[in-house]
Write a protein that binds this ligand. Sequence first.
Ligand SMILES: NC(=O)c1ccc[n+]([C@@H]2O[C@H](COP(=O)([O-])OP(=O)(O)OC[C@H]3O[C@@H](n4cnc5c(N)ncnc54)[C@H](OP(=O)(O)O)[C@@H]3O)[C@@H](O)[C@H]2O)c1
Length: 237
Amino acid sequence: MAQAYVWLITGANRGIGLEMVKQLLQSPSNIVVAASRNPAKATELQGLAEKANGKLHLVILDVTDKESINKAAKEVAGFLGGKGIDYLINNAGVILGGEDTAFSLDVDILTKTFVTNVAGPAYVTQAFIGLVEKSEKKTVVNISSTVGSIGSDFGAIGASYAISKAALNMLTYKEAKEKPEITVISMCPGWLQTDMGGPNASHPVSVGVEGVLKTILSLKPENSGQFFNFQGQHVPW
Ligand SMILES: NC(=O)c1ccc[n+]([C@@H]2O[C@H](COP(=O)([O-])OP(=O)(O)OC[C@H]3O[C@@H](n4cnc5c(N)ncnc54)[C@H](OP(=O)(O)O)[C@@H]3O)[C@@H](O)[C@H]2O)c1
C-alpha cells in the first residue's frame, strides 16, 4: 500500500479549503483532518466524511480562539494515535477591509484582519508543531496572496488584507529560519472563484487547488522559507 500522508486544513468547510479536502480524498493514501468553525453545519464535509471510510476527520477549530485551537490539537493527537501531521495547511482567512487604502483604512478592521490572517496561523502552527515534527514530510503551508507581495506591485487598494498577507509571509520566513528541520512555505492559490474571490475570478477553484497540491507535493526541504504560486513559480516578496 502507498505511504499514507496526513493533512490538516483550516477553514475546510467552503472555498479553497473544501476543494482541497475533495481533491485529497481522491487518493486513498491520504488521511485528511478538515478543521472548521462549525462542522455541525458543514453539510458538504459531512457528506464527504460519510463516504470516506474513516479517512476524513472533522474537527472544530476557530483560528482566532486559542482554547479552540488547543482543544483541536489534543483531539487530533488522540485520534491520530501516534501518527504526525505531514502537511499543515493554514488556509482560513478573511478580507474585511474591501478596497481600503493606507490612508482610509479602519485600524479596528486592520487589527481584526491580523487576528485571523496572521495571529491565527502563528498560533495554529505553534499548537500543532509537535504533530508536524512527528511526521515524515514535516511541512507547513501558509496560504498567502500575491497581493501581499511588494515585488508584485498591486497598487494602493485592499490595504488591510495585503498588509496582513505581507506579515504572514514574514511569519513563514521566521518559522523557516527558526526550524530548519521543517519545510514552511507561503503559497498563493491564484485568484479563484470562491466567496472571497467572487464569480469573476480568473480561475475555477478546482484549477487553483490542483496547482496548489501539485506544488506542495513537489516541495523539497531547500524550498523552505520561499513563496510560491499555484503554478509552482516563485513569487517575489
Ligand atoms: N479566493 C481567492 O481568490 C484567494 C486568492 C489568494 C489567496 N486566498 C486565500 O485563500 C484562503 C482561502 O480563501 P477562500 O477563497 O477559500 O475564502 P472563502 O471562500 O471566504 O473561505 C474562507 C474560509 O476561511 C474560514 N475562516 C474564516 N475565519 C475563520 C476563523 N476565525 N476560524 C476558522 N476558519 C475561518 C471560513 O470559515 P466560515 O465558513 O466559518 O466563515 C471559510 O472556510 C484565504 O487565506 C485567502 O486569503 C484566496
